[in-house]
Design a protein around this ligand. Structure first.
Ligand code: ARG
Length: 400
């Protein structure tokens, strides 16, 4: 008896997930491996990947174009929460995991599989995100993670694959570990493991070096409807195209690079480079529009919610009751977050230089220092007396 009979495996076409196919069958007694490759805009051709899975021993090779759902159901929810892990990382890799988990579970249910599998190792966050998301969506499914247990080095993995007709990688493999999708690129390992070492220009693919960016700024106007970006420069644009276009616009001006040392859930500090041009611009613009359309108390309270929300995405709790409750809060706050934000892209910066909204709470007659000022200056005096009363009493007390 093996660990499972029929397994749906998350498949990327790389060596590790390819080797998972014979490994599951030979070592763990799985009878049938169905692979599932999700297109999240990583730029790989899907047909060769589909064929490679079959050549590697899969009984069925599924591909799913999940780009639209990725943006609408995952990235835009995170955007509404201005989600930045440790204040910097917009979760471009992390957001893909609950979606892939959902696709795996749906396929397992459709094909009557008793387990799903992924190629994550035991040191990262992604294994946690997959395992917990799958448990949330279908607690009866087993989750197999061969690469977490097989203990093979890269060379041994390639050699194992060759025994089962899996070709060793043709290109000299990159010195980095790279995860890429529509939202961005995550780059780690190699020389980047020394946190003191500056990344070489070669690690970047979506953003230009400042030396190569245009010498003229470029303006982009982003239109939002209830916290969702719907237009660029006055024209409505579909979600996937919007992200694509904004990645190009911002990346061309060197916007979107992050070099950070982050705390993984499994306790390890790791150094990661990110390129996420569109997401960073969108979060800055969205936050600004919130400043214009939300009351002060909602804006301030939401900051705490955003912090928790970001941690939950990072820590694999996308499908959890607390996350669902926070979603309800965030959605409620977005009802009036509609309007346009003007962004100036120049030499690595995305500066917000204008914002407007039919729901604006900004009042020129209250804010102005000019002659048409309507603010009641006299009222400030009484307010300050009452506001400062506890401090005044405290001060008198400690002096008596
Ligand atoms: N550290 C990021 C996260 O946990 C990215 C992980 C994948 N990175 C990579 N270079 N393969 O979401």
């Amino acid at each position: 008896m093996g660990r499972a009979t029929k397994v749906v495996l998350a498949y990327s076409g790389g060596v590790d997930t390819s080797v998972c196919i014979p490994y599951l069958k030979q070592e763990w007694g799985v009878e049938e491996v169905i692979t599932l490759a999700a297109d999240l805009g990583q730029g790989d051709e899907l047909e060769p990947i589909r064929e490679k899975a079959l050549k590697s021993g899969a009984s069925e090779s599924l591909v799913a174009d999940a780009k639209e759902s990725f943006v609408k159901d995952y990235a835009f929810c995170a955007l509404q929460a201005n989600a930045l892990y440790e204040n910097r990382y917009p979760l471009s890799t992390a957001l893909a995991r609950p979606l892939i988990a959902k696709l795996l579970v749906e396929a397992a249910e459709k094909y009557g599989a008793d387990a799903v599998a992924h190629g994550c190792t035991g040191k990262g966050n992604d294994q946690v995100r997959f395992d917990v998301a799958i448990a949330a969506l279908n607690p009866n499914l087993k989750v197999l993670a061969p690469a977490r247990e097989w203990g093979m080095s890269r060379e041994e993995t390639i050699a194992y694959g060759e025994r089962f007709g899996i070709p060793s990688p043709v290109k000299k493999s990159s010195p980095y570990s790279i995860d890429r999708n529509l939202l961005g690129r995550s780059i780690e390992a190699g020389v980047l493991e020394d946190p003191w070492t500056e990344p070489l220009e070669e690690v970047y693919a979506m953003t230009k070096a400042i030396a190569d960016t245009p010498d003229e700024p470029e303006y982009v106007e982003i239109g939002f409807e209830k916290g969702i970006p719907i237009a660029l420069n006055g024209e409505n644009i579909a979600p996937v195209a919007l992200i694509d276009r904004l990645n190009q616009l911002a990346g061309n001006h060197g916007v979107g690079r992050i070099d950070m040392l982050e705390n993984r859930l499994v306790g390890i500090k790791s150094r990661e480079i990110y390129e996420t041009p569109a997401l960073l611009v969108l979060i800055a613009a969205h936050r600004d529009l919130e400043s214009l359309t939300l009351t002060a108390d909602v804006t301030h309270y939401k900051r705490g919610i955003e912090e928790t929300y970001s941690q939950m995405i990072y820590n694999g709790l996308w499908y959890s009751p607390l996350k669902a409750a926070l979603d309800a809060f965030v959605q409620k706050t977005q009802e009036r977050v509609s309007g346009t934000v003007r962004v100036k892209l120049f030499k690595g910066n995305a500066a917000i230089v204008g914002r407007k909204s039919d729901n604006s709470l900004y009042s020129t007659s209250l804010a102005t220092y000019g002659a048409d000022d309507l603010f009641d200056h006299k009222a400030a005096e009484g307010f300050i007396y009452v506001w400062g009363l506890p401090t005044r009493i405290w001060s008198q007390q400690i002096r008596s």
